[in-house]
Ligand binder design. Structure first.
Ligand code: ZN
Length: 338
């Protein structure tokens, strides 16, 4: 893990402390469990170096309990973070004597958790979808499938492959291909491995994206991801192409800006777009990467996406769903009044 990504994970941690403390004040066990889980996955991301330092690390669960407990007015029972190191010599039970609500929340977070599944689309009886956030970046991998043939595809399987294949088998979906919007690690990091395991082809993105796909191994190293298995897509896509999933047909739009070969998949029958990192609810994709272009991104959204219709629902690479109409009304970057 690079120093920069370690710093980013550090910077993210206090947010979870705050959420945890707030949830404790409200006695909201569900939110406590989620905050604790986020906090723990932060620890995993930081890797062994941090875990070894335990109480010295800001990410130590004991310390989290102390801070959250103090904020919630529960005191710092049994453990003084200033006398660090002392608890190493105590029994495991006394080691992290943190407030019971936090301990319970952490235990709940460590228990096997159900997949955070999103809605099944009400707009189409023939194509369904399931959004499965994957990787520490909570990237929205989407399983889409044709209900007539029960054949499906993963769009942007960035990682957590067991969760993805479990979800497909629970839905009774046979995966026939992988679709990629772009070549960033959180979207494409698991594609090579998954394609090999399932013996299915990879379709997309547009050819310019070889710039990022060729760097996947380096990307996985610099973001602390498991090593990505290199691949070359079986089919590059161009603007105006179509892809099929069972009997369903999606059209392809080339939407550069975030990355040069980014594509969007549009299912006209259910007015659903899978937009990757082009557009988010209330925001747009980053353009500060090499070969990113702010103007190209704005043009992609306004000239390619808006004409599809205000009532189009879209699934972004991160965060909640929205509609093009909502974004045209209120998005501060690409709204009609922006
Ligand atoms: Zn991206």
């Amino acid at each position: 893990m690079t120093r920069a990504s370690r710093r980013a994970a550090d910077a993210d941690t206090p947010r979870h402390f705050g959420v945890l403390a707030e949830a404790m004040r409200d006695g909201d066990t569900e939110r406590m469990a989620i905050a604790a889980q986020r906090h723990l996955s932060g620890i995993e991301n930081l890797g062994a170096r941090r875990m070894r330092t335990c109480c010295m690390a800001r990410q130590c669960p004991g310390r989290a309990g102390t801070i959250a407990g103090a904020e919630a007015g529960l005191g710092q029972s049994g453990w003084n973070s200033r006398r660090r190191g002392q608890h190493w010599r105590k029994s495991p039970q006394s080691r992290h004597r943190i407030p019971r609500p936090v301990r319970n929340a952490v235990a709940a977070a460590e228990a096997p958790r159900p997949l955070p599944e999103w809605v099944l689309t009400p707009r189409s009886v023939t194509m369904k979808y399931l959004v499965i956030p994957v990787t520490p970046f909570e990237q929205n991998c989407t399983l889409i499938w044709c209900t007539e043939t029960m054949q499906g595809a993963f769009v942007d399987p960035g990682g957590d492959l067991e969760r993805l294949t479990d979800a497909a088998s629970r839905q009774g979906v046979a995966i026939e291909k992988i679709l990629l919007t772009h070549g960033h690690i959180d979207h494409a990091g698991g594609a090579g491995e998954l394609a090999a395991r399932l013996d299915v082809p990879i379709e997309g993105p547009q050819r310019e994206e070889s710039f990022w796909i060729d760097q996947l191994v380096a990307q996985s190293r610099s973001f602390g991801f498991p090593p990505a298995r290199p691949f070359i897509p079986d089919r590059w896509l161009e603007d105006g192409d179509t892809v099929t999933v069972g009997k369903e047909i999606l059209s392809v739009l080339h939407t550069p800006g975030h990355t040069p070969g980014h594509v969007v998949f549009f299912h006209a029958a259910s007015k659903l777009a899978l937009v990757g990192d082009v557009l988010f609810a209330g925001s747009i994709g980053r353009t500060d990467f090499p070969r990113g272009s702010h103007q190209a991104l704005i043009d992609s959204i306004r000239q390619k996406l808006w004409p599809l219709g205000n009532d189009v629902q879209f699934i972004s690479g991160h965060g909640p769903m929205s509609t093009f109409g909502t974004e045209r009304r209120s998005n501060p970057f690409v709204g009609d009044n922006a």
